[in-house]
Design a binder for this molecule. Sequence first.
Ligand code: G6P
Length: 605
Amino acid sequence: MCGIFAAVNKTNVTNNLLGGLSSLSYRGYDSAGIAVVKQGNIERVRASGKLHELENRLHSYPLDGNIGIAHTRWATHGIPNEKNAHPHMTSRVAVAHNGIVENYESLRRRLETAGYIFESETDSETISQLITYYLDLGLNHEQSLCKALLEIEGSYGVAVIFQEQPKTLYAARRGSPLILGKGDSGFYVSSDINAFSEDVSSITYLKDGDVAKINRDGFSVINLQGEKTPRLLQKLEKDGCESGKQGYDHFMLKEIHEQPDVFERTWRHYFNNQRQAFQLPEFSVPDNEVNSITIVACGTSYFAGMVAKYWLEEYAKVPVNIDIASEFRYRKAPLDQNSLAIFISQSGETADTLAAMAHAKAAGLRCISFVNILTSTMAMESDTVLPTLAGPEIGVASTKAFISQLTSLLIFTMSFRQQAHNKHKAQQAKESMEQIPTLLREYLSDTSSIQNVAKLLHKAENMLYLGRGIAYPLAEEGALKIKEISYIHAEAFPAGELKHGPLALVDEKMPVLVIAPPDDLFAKTLSNLREVASRGAKIILVSTRKGLDLARDYVHAEIEMPEIAKQFIPIMYTLPLQLLAYYVALGKGHDVDQPRNLAKSVTVE
Ligand code: G6P
């Protein structure tokens, strides 16, 4: 949430900063800004709206400096306008901040009483004002920064430049990621490793409490007490995943089409060819001592966890509780020490999920995380990490990360309580896994029928998504996708729950998407479908040819699915839900990759 990029270089850094911001835009895109130090002055250009607005502004007001900081914002305090955009500055210092200053109101009151004049409504401006306050008291730059950061409650990643120090860039973190990168001609600081250009060959991850002092030729790191804390550069390993849109119109479409590869990469990662068995990292609690599993996550990751609940209960016979992270962390639920806690996160930086993990750890639970970014805070803080291997996901609405989460959760389910250690079973599972990418690819090769269904929904204002059993979490994920990018108000319900209230919403203006794979619950879902049809709703049915034929008399539009082994239904049936949301959003002219009000990595509560 919010992206920071900073550079100190031999040449003008403006293009480096814009390049960095462009890669970080997924973290927030309601305003952006850049500040550089030039000839003893801090100069700044900011603009509300997406990055191109800042680029336009820079054409009229070009900046030129060898050292600069940049920020792309997702508003928390103060509306998304230019005044609230970062960097925030005084005549002596400029700050780009990611995080939340929880005590900003008391700090602001104190500084205003001392005569400091604020220009924005943000919590972040207290940092630039507080640093200035200490500079004005006569402390040096480093001391002023450390003193200010010590007073801040909450989280921060900051990049800071001083008017009187035109060759030095500072970066500090507590709770919000920041990475330092060394390139041929200078140093860079970024919220995300993927924002570094090709030029960057080695990196170091700043740790909580670090303050890095960086110039063109080198850097040093201290803690907030001013003591040296050496951080070593390590070679930057490129992950080999293709960047850019690769000819697709949007990252989201590209990421949907990558899913067969993501599925394959993920399951193969866990398959030990020598032993011909699935192999997971050792957990310090043996499976058979685990009484239950608690799954915690947010957003799409939560729905992956919900699918896993059905799998784990059915195949591994272990009771599973599942919780939204922001609820779990504050509920006073008694936690069983023999319960295994699972956290699922694409970014590994979601504030609520991280706090939930800290809560579980404090209660003595073993914490396993399923994480896509292996250098993330969550990966570092878990007892065991199970990678999800989706590669960088840029579209704000999560797609391939969901499929990789499902894949690794399925393997976890099969491995739990030794099931996959049975060679015969592992061989069978491997053989069925090998078939899936082809089926997914075939499905994705012709999306015309989904595009036709999407045309029926352009004018819809509300939708219902229904599913039973394992199709219910898919209904939730499908409804989330259509909300996120198509801005259609969509609600998901277990099909059997409809008659307990939501049926009152149904009339001929309400499209109802029913997910009904040919499982043992199909007949029950079919009767719910009839209940909805008899109230005039327009039904879109997602099922196999056989299922569609059985429901023919009630269905307004069909989405035909191939026959597939039962355990892979959640993976296969996710594709049409993603594509439908994509094509509806496209038809409505929305910015598919950067939907309004959202951000990809939510590092605030
Ligand atoms: C945000 C994103 C969602 C994501 C959720 C959880 O809301 O827009 O796509 O599912 O955060 O993120 P995580 O990184 O923890 O999976």
